[in-house]
Design a protein around this ligand. Structure first.
Ligand code: AMP
Ligand code: FE
Ligand code: FE
Ligand code: ZN
Length: 281
């Protein structure tokens, strides 16, 4: 039954459950080690570590940073970071500020479309400085404008949708460098989201490796068996580490559960040691 889960969100970013509840679900799912990877924030880590110590679950400090890639985004995960590092703290605060620049402009567009929602309501629901589009989606759900986060994204919030506003993002090389400067290992998140051919993705990973990338998130809730083996192959060819996680968010991704994703995710425990070793060199 033993499994790990290296990609989890909490109420410190756009997840709907606090770290303590995420840890309890992990315990029930037979997860022996996990990483909290909130967007642009590390504030959930101490709480998670405390709960982990009580439940006998190893908690790895992590983060997820969005970077720009063409017209879209490329997410970089950071593991085993010195999460109290002052430079990292400053950089993450800047990223959270860029969210506060963008979000009110999304709200303006929603208002123009006739949806009565304020940024104050969104900030109150979020209860964190890392305010994301899923928080806006939840306010739209609560007000009955949409029935799911998926509908909120499809109609309003996704890239190209009616209220979409891009955010100033670092380059992948910057995100990788920031993680490494805090002694963490940088990992390419959910490659399924990257719009590239098989060969294009290989070349991208090769380039990112040159910029300091240490691994690829091969196991992921929505990866097909074919994608998993494709990404495993890229990792092998480029001597990159292999990681995996559910990307649990709670209510905005209701089909994804801690530890098991859509039911068939199993991230092997044996991936942890190589990751740990890479962080300590
Ligand atoms: P932001 O960080 O504010 O730019 O919002 C991006 C986040 O929204 C991603 O990291 C996902 O957690 C979430 N997201 C993106 N697309 C969807 C979707 N279709 N349904 C639910 N959540 C989504
Ligand atoms: Fe998210
Ligand atoms: Fe992501
Ligand atoms: Zn994520």
């Amino acid at each position: 039954m033993s499994r790990i889960d290296l990609h989890l969100h909490t109420t410190h970013s756009d997840g709907s459950l606090p770290p303590i509840d995420v840890l309890a679900l992990a315990g029930k799912a037979g997860v022996t080690a996990l990483a909290i990877t909130d967007h642009d924030i590390v504030d959930g880590i101490p709480e998670a570590m405390e709960a982990g110590a009580r439940l006998g679950i190893e908690v790895i400090p992590g983060v997820e940073i969005s970077s720009c890639y063409g017209d879209g985004e490329l997410h970089i995960l950071g593991y085993f970071l010195d999460w109290k590092d002052t430079e990292l703290t400053r950089r993450l605060a800047n990223l959270r500020n860029s969210r506060h620049d963008r979000n009110p402009r999304i709200i303006e567009k929603l208002n123009e479309l006739g949806l009565a929602v304020t940024y104050e309501e969104v900030r109150a629901l979020a209860g964190t400085e890392s305010v994301g589009r899923p928080h806006i989606a939840r306010v739209l759900m609560n007000k009955g404008y949409v029935t799911s986060a998926k509908e909120a994204f499809d109609r309003y919030l996704a890239e190209g949708a009616a209220a979409y506003v891009p955010r100033a993002l670092p380059t992948p090389a910057e995100a990788i460098a920031w993680i490494r400067a805090a002694h963490g290992v940088a990992v390419l998140a959910h490659p399924t989201w990257i719009k590239e051919s098989a060969e294009g993705l290989y070349r991208l990973c090769d380039k990112l490796k040159g910029e300091g990338l240490g691994g690829i998130e091969v196991y992921y809730s929505t990866h097909t068996a074919q994608q998993t083996s494709q990404y495993l192959n890229i990792a092998k060819r480029l001597a990159l580490l292999v990681t995996g996680g559910s990307d649990f968010h709670g209510v905005t991704k209701p089909d994804i559960e801690v530890g098991v994703g859509r039911g068939n995710l199993k991230v092997p425990e044996k991936l942890l040691d190589p990751l740990k070793k890479a962080a300590s060199v």
